[in-house]
Write a protein that binds this ligand. Sequence first.
Ligand SMILES: O=P(O)(O)OC[C@H]1O[C@H](OP(=O)(O)OP(=O)(O)O)[C@H](O)[C@@H]1O
Ligand SMILES: NC(=O)CC[C@H](N)C(=O)O
Ligand SMILES: [Mg+2]
Length: 486
Amino acid sequence: MCGIVGIVSTDPVNQQIYDSLLLLQHRGQDSTGIATADSSSIFHIAKAKGQVREAFRTRDMRALLGNMGLGHVRYATKGAAEREEEAQPFYVNAPYGIILVHNGNLTNTRELSTDLFSIDRRHVNSASDTEMLLNVLATELQGQIKGLELDPDQVFEAVAQVHERVEGSYAVIAMIAGYGLLAFRDPFGIRPLILGRRLTEAGKEEWIVASESLVLENGDYEIVRDVAPGEAIFITLDGEMISRQCAKSPVLVPCSFEYVYLARPDSIMNGISVYEARLRMGDRLAGTVEQHMPLGDIDVVMPIPDSSRPAAMQVAQKLGIEYREGFFKNRYVGRTFIMPGQAQRRKSVRQKLNAMGTEFAGKNILIVDDSIVRGTTSKEIVEMARAAGANKVTFSSAAPPVRFPHVYGINMPSRSELIAHGRKIPEIAAELGADHMIFQEVDDLQAAITEGTSIERLDMSCFTGEYVTGSVTPEYLEWVERTQLS
Ligand SMILES: O=P(O)(O)OC[C@H]1O[C@H](OP(=O)(O)OP(=O)(O)O)[C@H](O)[C@@H]1O
Ligand SMILES: NC(=O)CC[C@H](N)C(=O)O
Ligand SMILES: [Mg+2]
């Protein structure tokens, strides 16, 4: 998953983009990039491996001139996390000059790379699906242009063509040199994108689009709305905002994993507070715990910092059992799940979490995590709890078992690495060394996220194996397993 932001302002945007990326760091730690456009329509670009604080030097920031810009933090799903040439944004010089950032993952890259080469005669110089997406947009925009000038209708028509050609998930922000900032979301709105606005003292409008609402809040923007699935928004250099629905049959099917793990709890996504959704996950998980074991068998409820805290708190409250924190986190180690490579993830769990003996000795512990994917965290946690003297360890997950690959922007491409794939729940418990395992039911997760909204469907593919875009066939999943990152 990645984090993206784009701003059209009346002042230089370099620092605002940097600050926004820092707020989106939890969505990607592999690499980061910023691009700005100055008044002569020159793009200035800085990108590097690593996290925002270590990637940009003062001299990079000084060189990022202009009142319009965009930024990206990457969590690689195609290509390789360590390749600097796949860091975003990506740039093409024609038509006009376009620079683009993308959150999501395309599922028809094999067809796209053939078509881009043999029909469009375009060269894609990396393994990144984002570079393909940019080249499709550039080709379609080129096809729309009649004279020298570009008008927003042509931009919207090009986005409509992108929707026809590209499959998978994509929330996109692009700058077109000399014209403005374009943002669009795939026809299912799988990945998030939200629009904000603020007024200068002189009454001029400034605009922002970003992955999460907390960025808007932090910059004192008012939330206008989520970008609708399939919709494109074009903001001119003068700050005029124009929007149009560009997809034939858009329907909102947002990714459930945003609410489970990825997004910050203080964000509101598709009208749903992530924090409240996590509390409701806790409520429902408590119900399942009650059905599965006598409550007298649990002395304390304990979260795995950070993401499971709201759910764990609610489980404790609902069950009327004491909530205790026994695992402490080294705040200088990032999120482990989004790190590249299993060796690094395993090492980092140990560096990140430490069990405090007095909270465990002789107690029956109900541990709550938000999700169990590869089991990297849970395996270490169970060992730590036992070493710290726990009596019985019950491990629970606020999400159902992850049994299928996620192909829409979360890097879990291969079934064999998923601890729940092909295993029944007692077998997962045995594998992790826990006395019991309790998972959220699929229907409960769906209800916890969508309660009180008109959203009828979520992307729950990693729990159910049902993929919302047509192109995800068993043959495709096998190909992904053979060729993608792990
Ligand atoms: O089963 P696994 O493959 O270990 O993946 C699941 C774990 O990874 C995530 O934590 P992470 O450390 O990334 O972030 P957090 O601090 O936000 O909880 C998530 O919250 C689970 O704890
Ligand atoms: N997680 C994402 O959104 C990744 C974006 C893009 N697929 C990349 O690998 O760079
Ligand atoms: Mg965690």
